[in-house]
Design a protein around this ligand. Structure first.
Ligand code: 4AD
Ligand code: MG
Length: 462
């Protein structure tokens, strides 16, 4: 007999025929005559109930069926007598694949704190919450590819190891094969990279954008979707050292087209989640965040507010609030400011544009005022910045002068500059932080709990 997944069985009628399931025991209860086992195989948040007549099975086997154990069960799929499910399995055979010591198995029935579960990230996918988060994460990754593919965008694989710092923020992890106890030096004491693997300094990418732009200026509309790395020492519920980013980049898009795409894209993903992840979202809405479904529907059904950074700063200054970080034109916005705008002032997602050039990256298109650039940040309730993007500077001279002004390594960017020499074009793009988006869709509150194995300062276990 072939195995059937529990998700399929739970949506089928009580056929009375034999089925075979495999999964992990969530709970066992009953008495010396009859035993009820809740079995889960990860295909759905729901368990299937196994009913075993104890007299048919070995006493030792029955004792060894404890929370966490892995079983194969065959039996008849019958109508359930109990509440909470339509069908259950009347067991005929049970094979114990793996015992789970009742004393030491850390996932007992009581709820555990998120902090504790992070310490057992190898087992937390077996909880309802993390099972739901992982299934939703998968569905969103799939929907991202579907959205872009259906729109005619190409998935471009940009390098993980690069020689450039796309964001110019210097938050890079170095990649080297040098023996760190014996690094070759030049006469002036600097590192001699000529003998290193790449013969020059290399790092893990902070963004695929610069290479993405090369793709857009050749095949039109591309997106990247891959891991990115930032060595920023931020211990917040919204920062990871390794996170996944989706970066579409489009030739012939201006900032308005860019904003339209960003809004359409995130709304598509939310709609996809509501339609395809119903059980998991309902669970999270009940157990984690009672306002989740309402918030998802709200964002889906409302047009995002669009305004300039300058207008937003005015609102923040006029708010009469005491801020932890000062507000003022030219200062970067902090999460507290972004969340005030979204959660209290507008009560709606907000797209801010035209930031001061000094607080944004070198590649953004310069406005005629000489002070601002065509940046756009999308701000979401509970999160703050979820998307960062811009129209790009397509003018060779302007781009070069900005690179020089900021003293960026001009010679390392020769290939990027050449795209502005040979058939340059207006183009735009943005980056959606995948984990920040998953935080929003799941209602989870810490970014460490929406990625299977989080990497944060002083933490690279598993
Ligand atoms: O605003 P960022 O730094 O923009 C870029 O990297 C551009 N190159 C994107 C582009 O235009 N193609 O990052 C984009 C998004 C942020 O809005 C945020 O959602 C997420 O990436 N992000 C992080 N997520 C988790 N942990 C971190 N340390 C993050 N840093 C940025
Ligand atoms: Mg940003």
């Amino acid at each position: 007999m072939k195995r059937t997944k529990i998700k399929i069985l739970l949506s089928s009628p009580a056929t009375g025929s034999d089925v075979l399931v495999k999964g992990w025991v969530r709970t066992k209860r009953g008495n010396k005559n009859i035993v009820f086992i809740a079995l889960n195989d990860g295909s759905t948040i729901k368990n299937i109930q196994i009913v075993a007549d104890a007299s048919m099975f070995d006493d030792g086997l029955m004792r060894d069926i404890t929370t966490g154990a892995c079983l194969e069960v065959t039996g008849e799929l019958v109508e359930s007598q109990g509440q909470g499910q339509n069908v259950e399995i009347k067991a005929k055979t049970i094979v114990l694949y793996g015992k789970s010591d009742a004393e030491s198995y850390p996932l007992q029935k009581k709820g555990h704190s998120m902090e504790f579960l992070r310490e057992i990230a190898h087992l937390r996918p077996r909880t309802n919450t993390f099972g739901a988060v992982l299934r939703i994460r998968h569905s969103m990754a799939f929907a991202i590819h579907k959205y872009f593919n259906d729109k005619g965008f190409y998935y471009l694989h940009t390098p993980i190891i690069t020689g450039s710092d796309a964001e110019g923020a210097g938050e890079m992890f170095h990649v080297t094969t040098f023996d760190l106890a014996d690094v070759p030096k030049n006469k002036d004491g600097s590192v001699d990279y000529s003998g290193d693997f790449f013969g020059k300094p290399a790092n893990l990418t902070v963004s695929g954008q610069l290479e993405g732009e090369l793709g857009a200026l050749a095949i039109g509309e591309i997106y990247t979707f891959g891991p990115t790395f930032r060595a920023e020492n931020s211990n917040t519920p919204r920062h990871l050292a390794e996170f996944w980013m989706i970066e579409p980049e489009m030739a012939f898009y201006d900032i308005e087209d860019n904003m339209d795409l960003a809004e359409e894209f995130v709304k598509y993903l939310i709609r996809y989640a509501l339609e395809n992840c119903k059980d998991d979202l309902e669970f999270l809405n009940n157990m984690i965040d009672k306002g989740l479904l309402e918030r998802l529907a709200f964002v889906l059904n409302n047009k995002f507010i669009r305004m300039t950074y300058t207008e937003a700063v005015k609102i923040l200054e006029d708010s009469g609030r005491k801020w932890e970080y000062a507000v003022g034109w030219g200062r970067d916005l902090q999460a507290e400011h972004e969340r005030y705008l979204v959660e209290e002032h507008f009560k709606c997602p907000v797209i801010l544009t035209d930031y001061p050039k000094a607080i944004k990256a070198f590649y953004m298109k310069q406005n005629d005022d000489g002070k601002t650039v065509r940046a756009m940040d999308v701000l979401f309730p509970g999160i703050g910045e979820i998307i960062g993007g811009s129209q790009r500077e397509e003018d060779y001279e302007k781009l070069l002068s900005r690179i020089r002004e900021l003293k960026l390594p001009e010679k390392d960017l020769w290939w990027y500059l050449e795209t502005r020499k040979f058939g340059t074009a207006p183009h735009s793009g943005f980056g959606l932080g995948f984990e920040r988006f998953i935080l929003f869709v799941t209602g989870m509150s810490n970014i460490r709990d929406v990625i299977p194995f989080p990497r944060t300062p002083k933490n690279a276990e598993f």
